[in-house]
Design a protein around this ligand. Structure first.
Ligand code: 5GP
Length: 205
């Protein structure tokens, strides 16, 4: 039975690399990643129709009016939306679908699709997150600050997700994700305990 997975994570948590590794795994034959629409500017390493469908604001508004989105949200001043028709047709063709959404989007999808599995990837600490955001050299200091404060907001919703995955190191986080997505086994109690300890720590800071 095809299944819908929604993966969220604060910016800089390593979500994109983990999702790419899942899609390159030999077990991913029946799994596809949704391509969202966005009004944000295209980055140098992106291609229209591959990372996103890049739209003008009026084009995006038209799609909202035509009820073409499963969910949409404003993130960092830009709009992002999940094309509904693609998700429904892909699931009906028997493919599992992974959506990479912000927290608001994940919560909206869970309301529309209670059978969807929601996964939240967390960093082991804010220091680790700040380090990753600085290392990827993509954002200015002001932007990093904005992303860290948004991360703190998003982490407050961590308990609303079915699975918490800690990206303390790539291999362990990848093993957690493949176990959820491909084996339907969930994660070990040891990893669950680690995630809930990390979440408590993040919520305290
Ligand atoms: P970025 O602009 O860095 O690619 O993505 C910014 C944020 O928007 C990320 O948290 C990403 O998961 C989220 N995002 C991407 N597509 C969608 C979407 O269709 N809906 C929602 N709600 N969030 C999205």
């Amino acid at each position: 039975m095809a299944h819908l997975f929604v993966i969220s994570a604060p910016s800089g948590t390593g979500k994109t690399s983990l999702i790419h590794a899942i899609l390159n795994d030999e077990m991913s034959e029946k799994t596809k990643l949704g391509i969202s629409c966005t009004t944000r500017k295209i980055r140098d390493d992106e291609e229209n129709g591959v990372s996103y469908f890049f739209l003008k604001e009026d084009e995006f508004s038209q799609k909202i009016n035509d009820d073409e989105f499963l969910e949409f949200a404003e993130v960092f001043g830009n709009f992002y939306g999940t094309p509904k028709a693609w998700v429904l047709s892909t699931l009906s063709e028997g493919y599992n679908v992974i959506l990479e959404l912000d927290v608001q989007g994940a919560i909206q999808v869970k309301k529309a699709f209670p059978e969807a599995t929601t996964i939240f990837i967390i960093p082991p600490s804010y220091a680790d997150l700040e380090n990753r955001l600085s290392k990827r050299n993509q954002d200015s200091q002001a932007e990093i600050k904005k992303r860290l404060s948004k991360a703190k907001e998003e982490i407050k919703s961590g308990e609303d997700f079915e699975y918490l995955v800690t990206n303390d190191n790539f291999d362990s986080a990848f093993a957690d994700l493949t176990s959820i997505v491909f084996s339907n086994k969930g994660i070990s109690s040891e990893r669950k305990n680690l995630a809930s300890k990390c979440l408590d720590h993040l919520l305290d800071h």
